[in-house]
Design a protein around this ligand. Structure first.
Ligand code: HEM
Length: 460
């Protein structure tokens, strides 16, 4: 029986099925080279709905407006975001982290009062990090913004101890080992992870746990529990067994830091790069910053109301995310479901992944392929661009699993860009920067390093 034939019963009526190239691998190699280009090409050949085998994973791909609507509306018990995420990240992340990590925690950590309070941490850490940059030099944008954001994260999700010199570097070393970013694009690293039984990753988790234990020990011995997320998480996971407390605290701190880093640093990097690629956008942002300062005073960066008034900065971030999104949206079918793709109602069996790729849909017309912050009004996309349905474009997702950190991310962007533009002049870019096509998952880095020469502005 051919592999194509054996797939047919998974989805009925039979959708177009992408011809397999190799047994067990399916179309995996072409997919791994460039998920975006591969799926865009398959869409041209097979239409808006098709089934493809990628390394044994059966992906039921949907790109029509009706299919996308059904994807985001699917109930968790029938088509699960949680199980799909587990399967996708479980290659690399030690399983004990998933066992302890609690998605509801993000919603507790992102309540409006906390989100408004984090901006003080953002402003402080950004100021500290950029004060360490030289007076002139070259910024390797994605690396520099990634490290900066990690340091903000150590303050926000842990506390002051984790930001101290000598300590943050240790946290960073361990977190870099756990980073999912290279897991899909580097077969070499993935192979090492698999053959070693995640040895480096487990060592990194142990390293983070030791650092967390040090902070707990200091706070306990000095009975010094500041009002921060480390204290909040410690009390949330406290149990009679100190080892269990430490384990749950550490695993949830890891999860919070990883979720925080996954899309945001690349989105911030693109927002900065797009200012340099589109000088008018920089002029508009500078005018907005001057107005906001004039209206709300010198400390506007730590006032939520002032940040909320910065609509152009929101447009810039939304447009930057839309164009650089490389997220694959996955739902694992857990029980037989009826799934409406507009042209047909499919019955899908458990084990199939319903999928779309945001990079394929987000830029699918000439107008959408163009950078223009006025495609958005604040965070709202212009209605003409989503005439077929709001799900045909996605930045922060739709439906029950839409990103709970949208406002938080906009705050971070506003605080960061305000401080960068206030303190530095950046040169224009020599060559256009484009999102990487080999990346899958999250907002992409650029295809090649983006290096921005900069000079610190002199103070009058
Ligand atoms: C520009 C930055 C960000 C972008 C573009 C982004 C994008 C997304 C998207 C598209 C989804 C939906 C995934 C799906 O439907 O399969 C999502 C979900 C999620 N994001 Fe974000 N995200 C960003 C920042 C963050 C940050 C900073 C955090 C944490 C502090 C975060 C935490 C989450 C969580 C926990 C979910 C899952 C929600 C649920 O299932 O209920 N995101 N994000």
């Amino acid at each position: 029986m051919s592999a194509n034939h054996s797939q047919a019963y998974l989805v009925t009526p039979k959708p177009p099925i992408v011809r397999d190239e190799l047994a067990h691998i399916g179309a995996g190699l072409r997919f791994a080279q460039s998920p975006t280009n591969f799926l865009a090409q398959m869409r041209q050949e097979y239409g808006d709905t098709f089934l493809v085998d990628v390394f044994g994973y059966k992906l039921f791909c949907v790109f029509s407006a009706a299919g996308l609507k059904s994807l985001y509306a699917a109930a968790e018990d029938a088509a699960s975001f949680g199980m799909a995420t587990f399967d996708m990240l479980g290659f690399k992340t030690p399983l004990e982290i998933f066992m302890d990590a609690d998605i509801d925690l993000f919603y507790e950590l992102l309540v409006p009062d906390k989100v408004a309070a984090y901006v003080t941490d953002f402003a402080e850490v950004v100021a500290q990090v950029i004060a360490e940059w030289g007076d002139a030099g070259e910024l390797n944008v994605f690396d520099a913004i990634r490290t900066l954001e990690q340091r903000v994260g150590f303050k926000v999700w842990m506390g002051e101890e984790a930001t101290r010199d000598g300590v943050w570097q240790q946290f960073k070393t361990h977190f870099d080992v756990l980073s999912q970013e290279n897991a899909f694009v580097s077969p070499q690293l993935t192979l090492e992870t698999l053959t070693s039984g995640k040895a480096r990753e487990k060592h990194a988790v142990a390293g983070i746990m030791a650092l967390v234990a040090g902070i707990v020990a200091r706070r306990e011995s000095e009975n010094d529990w500041p009002e921060d997320n480390f204290t909040f998480l410690y009390h949330r996971f406290r149990s009679d067994d100190a080892q269990v407390t430490l384990r749950k605290l550490t695993h949830n701190i890891i999860n919070a830091n990883q979720g925080f880093l996954s899309n945001l640093y690349a989105a911030l990097s693109w927002s900065l790069i797009n200012l340099k690629q589109h000088p008018q956008a920089q002029q508009r942002l500078e005018a907005e910053l001057a107005d906001t300062r004039a209206r709300y005073g010198e400390h506007f960066l730590t006032a939520q109301e002032a940040l909320d008034s910065m609509r152009f900065c929101e447009q810039l971030l939304m447009e930057s995310v839309r164009l650089a999104q490389r997220s694959i949206t996955l739902r694992k079918v857990m029980k037989e479901i009826q799934f409406d793709c507009g042209d047909a109602l499919y019955t899908i069996q458990p084990g199939v992944y319903i999928t779309t790729m945001l990079s394929v849909i987000n830029t699918q017309t000439p107008e959408l392929a163009r950078f223009d912050p006025d495609h958005y009004q604040g965070r709202r996309i212009h209605p003409d661009l989503i005439a077929q349905g709001k799900e045909t474009i996605s930045t922060f997702g739709h439906g029950a699993h839409a990103c709970p950190a949208q406002k938080f991310s906009h705050n971070m962007c506003k605080v960061l860009l305000a401080q960068l533009l206030e303190n530095f002049d950046f040169d224009a870019l020599d060559v256009a920067a484009l999102p990487s096509s080999s990346q899958m998952g999250g907002v992409a880095r650029a295809a090649t390093d983006v290096v921005l020469p900069y000079r610190r502005k002199s103070r009058a």
